[in-house]
Design a protein around this ligand. Structure first.
Ligand code: SAM
Length: 312
């Protein structure tokens, strides 16, 4: 198994911005929504551990940040109350090797809920690495291990919204026919496949680069033969019926997709939704009620809300 760092070296456009520590998650998420492919956070000298500021570095999958992405970063930081931080915004370039190396240093296996452990690819038993097969058996216990290649797709499991969906799969176990909308690295589809050996799972993403990464992660977890992976959105699943949808997208995206979700779901089917900023929840509540969904579970973590909708 080769690691991405061994591939030809590129230079990524990047930008740095300083935000309050309490806003780091929100800042990373906004940057990812505006085209960043990865974010890393570092402490700043002289700042208190609590209440201080951190530097967020966002990396883009191109030599130059598209002007439209740059404009949406400014607009969304203003919209979400982080306008003050824009004074510290700087553009930088990062050689790929440095970026991935830093990523890798910070990515250690970690537990999510009671059923999963997420581990970087170099812990896989067949990895070409000194960590191969060396996951701490006490840490793992009887949890399912999800191996992820940390790369340019969202879904390393580190984000609160992904973790909400992974935990929600404990209270709402995978159902027969599942559609993962916005699969990113494939992490939620992999989790569903590991919990349910006979589920039929389809995973879609509008970003072909994410789909390429997801394909690698499905293979890494030996579930590639069990998950149908497609470039696209709900459009590529039209005419089919599902019992469960996994939907870690923005509130606006989820609201826009709700009419499709209502068509794609069988009666009684559920949508595990994450990626909703707390202040946007009323938008989703209103749209969901109009489309005949009930909120059957909700959890708030920091800025984020995860909800489970059920079709009546
Ligand atoms: C926040 S990430 C979630 C990744 C992963 N499912 C997770 O939970 O960690 C959202 C992903 O959805 C994709 N996406 C955004 N809008 C979409 C849409 N309307 N339909 C399908 N995929 C979409 C993005 O390309 C991105 O990979």
């Amino acid at each position: 198994m080769t690691e991405t760092a061994a591939e030809p070296r590129k230079s990524w456009a990047a930008l740095e911005i300083e935000v309050k520590r309490t806003d780091e998650d929100l800042a990373c998420w906004l940057l990812m929504q505006c085209g960043a492919q990865g974010c890393e956070v570092e402490g700043l000298d002289g700042q208190p551990a609590e209440g201080g500021k951190v530097r967020v570095r966002a990396t883009f999958d191109s030599a130059v940040i598209a002007q439209s992405d740059f404009d949406s970063i400014i607009g969304s930081f203003e919209e979400y109350g982080l306008a003050e931080s824009l004074k510290t915004l700087k553009r930088k370039d990062v050689p790929e090797e440095d970026w991935l190396a830093r990523w890798k240093e910070g990515f250690e296996p970690f537990r999510v809920g009671t059923m999963f452990i997420v581990a970087p690819s170099w812990y896989h038993p067949q990895a070409d690495s000194e960590c191969a097969g060396k996951l701490d058996s006490e840490l793992v216990g009887n949890r399912k291990v999800i191996y992820i290649e940390p790369g340019m797709a969202f879904g390393t499991g580190l984000h609160a919204t992904t973790q909400f969906c992974l935990r929600a799969l404990e209270s709402f176990p995978p159902r027969k026919r599942i559609l993962d909308v916005g699969t990113g690295s494939g992490i939620l589809a992999i989790a569903a496949a590991l919990l349910c050996s006979d589920c039929q799972i389809c995973a879609v993403d509008i970003d072909p680069v994410a789909v390429d990464f997801a394909a690698k992660d499905l293979e890494l977890n030996d579930v590639d033969g069990r998950i149908e992976l497609l470039v696209g959105s709900t459009d590529v699943a039209q005419g089919r019926l599902f019992d469960m949808l996994l939907s870690n997208l923005t509130c606006e995206d989820i609201v826009a997709l709700l009419p499709d979700y209502a068509r794609l779901l069988a009666t009684g089917g559920v949508v595990l939704c994450a990626g909703i900023l707390a202040e946007k929840l009323p938008l989703l509540e209103k749209a969901a009620t109009e489309k005949g969904f009930q909120i059957v579970q909700s959890e708030t973590i920091g800025h984020w809300v995860g909800v489970v909708l059920q079709k009546g």
